[in-house]
Design a protein around this ligand. Structure first.
Ligand code: S3P
Length: 431
């Protein structure tokens, strides 16, 4: 769907907002709720297109999932072996998490299934999951030798394995942990840096036998998972747009309530604070095994910094909007060790360099990141989202600091993770 939005600069942002539920946690709540015995109630579920792809897939495998008037989901779990063969291809839409995690899960089922996705997802690398799953005995075929979807999976028995992942990827780790539920022995995944650990937390919360240690995690097979009540916190990746919006717009003061601040996800707070951003986590608490806080953010004079190493997986989805902050900061920002950005919903290094460049930002691409020279303001112009939700929203935030109007083409993709982004931005902006 083609749609566009026009953004003009804001004089300030103020007030209180919430952001929609965490996308990663929402996916996992459907998966584990379906594999559990008994009912799982999911409050704060993100009704975005990505999560609906997961929801539809589990419904297609026979799971009854009711949606309540307040948006909460009631999942009637079928137990670890209760899924049934889907009659048709499962469409993961734009969602890499749906496709990669389900590839692991479906490898252990006693049936055949096929996963596909939209034009962007069908271009993304899948061998990172199909290759290690093959080591566990999974039978998966895909285009390009198993590198690209559609993927056809003949589920069956799996062998527990030790796998050293060359990349810090929660999708790889989670695919193997879900397959490990069905293996004949323990499965251990090692990763070079800790990626988001929502799967580990939620598997433990539902009763799986799982042990984490420095550098890895081991799961025991065939657990009995029990239905739970899950309260999904607000998505820090969605809050990030408002954090940067308030930091770069003079006079702003914004309170973002109920945001998940899991340390494997909160790299964006560390990065923005290191740039001089005034962000205060208030009322820190733990909900359904996940740390949560309210974030108070005030306009700040930002300065460029160097970003790399284990900070990268902790902020992996936030680099588009971090690059906006860097584009109007004082001095130079260098982002390195972030090659993974090239295989996200789009090549986010190329997309941000091209689109921010159209607004007069001074930045250049590196193979594994970017170098950004900050400047006082950006100019107006016409930019494109490349069909990527986070590029669309990042460009909207850039528009708040542009001297002229910014037209963003191809904005319907924001429904992937943040269906009412534009309305929420309108609510807190002045001028
Ligand atoms: C996700 C993991 C990350 C992230 C994606 C969601 C998840 O991907 O970029 O948006 O829910 O597990 P990788 O694991 O490929 O880094």
């Amino acid at each position: 769907m083609v749609e566009h939005r026009n953004i003009t600069s804001a004089s300030r942002l103020s007030g209180e907002i919430t952001v929609p539920g965490d996308k990663s946690i929402s996916h996992r709540s459907i998966m584990l709720g379906s594999l559990a015995e008994g009912e799982t109630l999911v409050r704060g579920f993100l009704h975005g297109e990505d999560n609906h792809a997961t929801l539809d897939a589990f419904r297609a495998m026979g799971v009854r999932i009711e949606e309540r008037a307040d948006g909460a989901l009631l999942i009637h779990g079928h137990g670890l072996h209760g899924l049934t063969e889907p009659e048709d291809v499962l469409d993961c839409g734009n969602s890499g998490t749906t496709m990669r995690l389900m590839t692991g899960l479906l490898s252990g089922q006693a049936f055949f299934s096929v996963l596909t996705g939209d034009q962007y997802l069908r271009r993304r690398p899948m061998k990172r999951v199909t290759a290690p799953l093959a080591l566990m005995g999974a039978r998966i075929q895909g285009r390009d030798g198993g590198e690209r979807a559609p993927l056809a999976i003949q589920g069956g028995s799996l062998i527990g394995t030790d796998y050293h992942s060359p990349i810090a990827s929660a999708q790889v780790k989670s695919a193997l942990l879900l397959a490990g539920l069905y293996a004949d022995g323990p499965t251990t995944v090692y990763e070079p840096h800790l990626s988001r650990d929502h799967s580990e937390r939620m598997l433990s919360f539902f009763g799986a036998d799982l042990r984490t240690f420095a550098g890895g995690v081991t799961i025991q097979p065939q657990p009995r998972l029990s239905g739970r009540e899950v309260a999904v916190p607000g998505d820090i990746s969605s809050a990030a747009f408002f954090l940067v919006a308030a930091l770069i717009t003079p006079g702003s003061e914004l309170l973002i309530r109920n945001v998940g601040i899991n340390p494997t996800r909160s790299g964006v707070i560390d990065i923005l604070q290191a740039m001089g951003g005034r962000i205060e986590p208030l009322n820190c608490r733990e909900v359904s095994g996940e740390p949560v806080a309210d974030l108070l953010v005030r306009h700040s004079d930002l300065r460029g910094i160097e970003i790399g190493g284990d900070l990268v997986p902790r902020a992996i989805d936030e680099f588009p909007v971090v690059s906006v902050a860097a584009a109007v900061a004082e001095g130079v920002t260098v982002i390195r060790d972030a090659r993974e950005l090239r295989v996200k919903e789009t090549d986010r290094i190329a997309a941000m360099v091209t689109e921010l460049g159209k607004l007069g930002a001074d930045l250049e691409a590196r193979e594994d990141g970017m170098v950004i020279h900050g400047r006082e303001t950006l100019s107006g112009g016409r930019v494109d989202s490349h069909g990527d939700h986070r590029i669309a929203m990042s460009m909207a935030i850039a528009g708040l600091r542009a001297a002229g109007e910014v037209r963003i083409d191809n904005t319907a993709c924001t429904a992937t993770s943040f269906p009412d982004f534009w309305e929420r931005l309108e609510k807190v902006r002045h001028g």
